[in-house]
Write a protein that binds this ligand. Structure first.
Ligand SMILES: [Mg+2]
Length: 456
């Protein structure tokens, strides 16, 4: 009589490939958008300058020439990538994220060795090897974002091999109903019309905009609050643009003017861990959140143990993928700190559904004016689920439930990572084919944008 029924036969990983989506709005880089998109310039007229958008307060706001639009200093410089991992039975897992060609290079040249030949169930071992082997140049930022994309493709592959959704492999359903959403965008009144429970706006003015930045920001927030009435939550994203003193000035000013703000997000530079302790000590009644630019459990350990952050917002496409997010989440659960990931579409939906201390989800408006719902990853996937009426019901499709759109043009990383001088300097047939496909995709994208008013 057998002592175990464990099935030792399981497909192994045979191939890992990386690509760049040819169409700008496709993929996991939130900021690869056309000019005029609210996420780049805030979408609001400047309070004092006619015909100028007021911008989004950010760490570069101190430089006049880079103040009005975040693409001016390169927020979109890396772009998206797509990772496809193939198993020995032919099953493929696919993911997207940000990091563009540099991330493709890291995955192909460095991380592939830890993935090829592996059992896709060995997520912890593969993650540990990728993270530790890149310690000498990694730990945070782009290298960990590249690891994240590989990790998400592995989870997608695993779900597709097993024929079950990712959330069922990480603890199962922890919520009875649908996941409720708040909207991040320029028009909170539209968020309410579309059924979201609350809305988050970008802070327009940084301390570098002048001594009266507090008044101008509070005027901006008061107008939103008046438009919304008292019963709709309003949050403020400060995108690392304040310091301890200015954050206290703003939050105290809102209290004094009775502008109800549900939370103040990412007010400080991500490395100012002690600064958060001062904020919480000075204004304990204010809800402070952060985390989207923090990486790995080591980075989050400091934020969690400080007991000064009221909600953590890791980005699953940046902090290390789902494998690392689960570890950060477990640490947070021991402190009763809610975890509400930054954006990330379906990757976040599966995580949130499985976590009792992840009460709702963020939807970052992907349409140019923030007034309609568009897929988070553009046209990269077929039928990407999006929130309807302010909520989503995660289906039972295997993996993350994302199938690549055959119409999405993917440029193989070999085309830009491995130039081959012995083939000559003229374009190969293959390259000409890709160039032609890119042209077609651009024509198609323009056509779609024409219909949707730039929503892409
Ligand atoms: Mg944010």
């Amino acid at each position: 009589m057998p002592t175990s029924t464990f099935n030792k036969s399981f497909p192994t990983i045979t191939k890992i490939e990386t690509f760049i989506p040819a169409a700008g709005g496709d993929g996991g880089d939130y900021h690869r958008q056309k000019d005029g998109h609210w996420i780049l310039d805030g979408g609001k007229p400047h309070a004092d300058k006619a015909g100028v958008k007021c911008g989004i307060s950010n760490p570069m706001s101190g430089w006049e020439q880079y103040r009005e639009n975040r693409t001016s200093w390169g927020i979109d410089v890396l772009g998206s990538l797509v990772c496809i991992i193939t198993a020995s039975d032919g099953t493929q897992g696919v993911s997207t994220g940000f990091g563009g060609p540099p991330a493709c290079w890291l995955i192909e040249q460095h991380f592939a060795r830890f993935v090829i030949g592996s059992d896709p169930r060995d997520t912890n071992r593969m993650w540990d090897q990728m993270f530790k082997a890149s310690t000498f140049y990694g730990r945070k930022g782009l290298p960990v974002a590249a690891i994240s994309v590989v990790d998400l493709a592995i989870w997608d592959l695993l779900g597709k091999i097993r024929g079950e959704p990712v959330y069922k492999m990480i603890g199962g359903r922890a919520k009875d109903g649908k996941i409720p959403f708040y909207l991040t965008g320029p028009e909170p009144t539209h968020a309410r019309k579309m059924g979201f429970w609350g809305s988050k706006v970008a802070l327009p003015y940084s301390p570098r905009d002048g001594f009266d930045f507090v008044r101008r920001n509070l005027d901006f927030l008061q107008k939103h609050r008046e438009d919304l009435g008292d019963d709709f939550p309003l949050m403020v994203d400060c995108y690392m643009s304040l310091d301890v003193h200015s954050a206290i000035q703003l939050a105290q000013g809102a209290i004094d003017r009775k502008i109800d703000i549900t939370w103040w997000e990412e007010v400080l530079h991500p490395d100012d861990f002690d600064g958060h302790k001062i904020l919480k000590a000075r204004l304990p009644q204010v809800k402070w959140t952060t985390g989207e630019h923090e990486y790995s459990r080591y980075g989050f350990r400091q934020l969690i143990e400080g007991r000064s952050i009221d909600m953590l917002q890791p980005d699953v496409m940046w902090l290390g993928g789902l494998t690392e997010l689960l570890k950060v989440s477990a640490m947070c659960s021991a402190y009763d700190i809610p975890v509400v990931p930054h954006g990330s579409g379906p990757y976040s939906y599966h995580f949130i559904l499985s976590q009792p201390h992840s009460p709702f989800c963020e939807y970052i408006a992907n349409s140019a004016d923030g007034k309609s719902i568009a897929p988070v990853f553009g046209n990269l996937f077929l039928d990407e689920p999006v929130p309807h009426g302010g909520s989503i019901d995660v289906g039972d499709a295997p993996g993350f439930g994302l199938e690549l759109n055959p119409a999405a043009v993917l440029i193989p990383s070999a085309h830009f990572l491995a130039p081959s001088p012995d083939k000559g300097l003229s374009r190969t047939d293959d390259e000409q084919r890709v160039a032609k496909l890119q042209q077609l995709a651009a024509v198609k994208a323009n056509g779609i944008n024409g219909v949707n008013g730039g929503a892409h």
